[in-house]
Design a protein around this ligand. Structure first.
Ligand code: THU
Length: 138
């Protein structure tokens, strides 16, 4: 699937963000190796810590449906009243979740502001020397 299409789906996912506290809306579109796209948004909570990022929502949806192998994720985010989005880089916790399921050398993280404006990084670029299943012999 074209990375620009994945960006479009991430923008779609962002519309569902539940953000009554930060008003910062994030959307993610995770492409499984099965060709299915799992969309996710951030979901906040009055108690703050249970908040789930868009990226993890997408991963947990996929894994809960039996998909464990992934090719790429597109991520978009910004304040709900922002006229233009700026690049939203995934938090450390989400990078670690990616590390659990993705090959750091080949998994693509697509960051940008529109289907025409994005950059592609490998997970290894965003999480050098990451600790993953291989460190436990898995
Ligand atoms: N957030 C994400 O969903 N993904 C990121 O990569 C960064 C942060 C969310 C969490 C919280 O709902 C809001 O953005 C502000 O931190």
């Amino acid at each position: 699937m074209e990375r620009s299409k994945l960006m479009e789906l991430a923008l779609e996912a962002r519309q569902m963000a539940y953000t009554p506290y930060s008003h910062f809306k994030v959307g993610a579109a995770l492409l499984g190796k099965n060709g299915v796209v799992y969309k996710g948004c951030n979901i906040e909570n009055a108690s703050y810590t249970p908040t789930n990022c868009a990226e993890r929502t997408a991963f947990f949806k996929a894994v809960s449906e039996g998909q464990y192998e992934f090719e790429a994720i597109a991520i978009v985010g910004g304040a709900e009243d922002a006229k233009n989005l700026s690049v939203c880089s995934p938090c450390g916790v989400c990078r670690q979740v990616m590390m659990e399921f993705c090959d750091p050398d080949t998994f693509e993280v697509v960051l940008g502001t529109s289907p025409e404006d994005y950059q592609v990084y490998t997970l290894k670029e965003l999480l050098p020397l990451g600790f993953g299943p291989a460190n436990l012999g898995k």
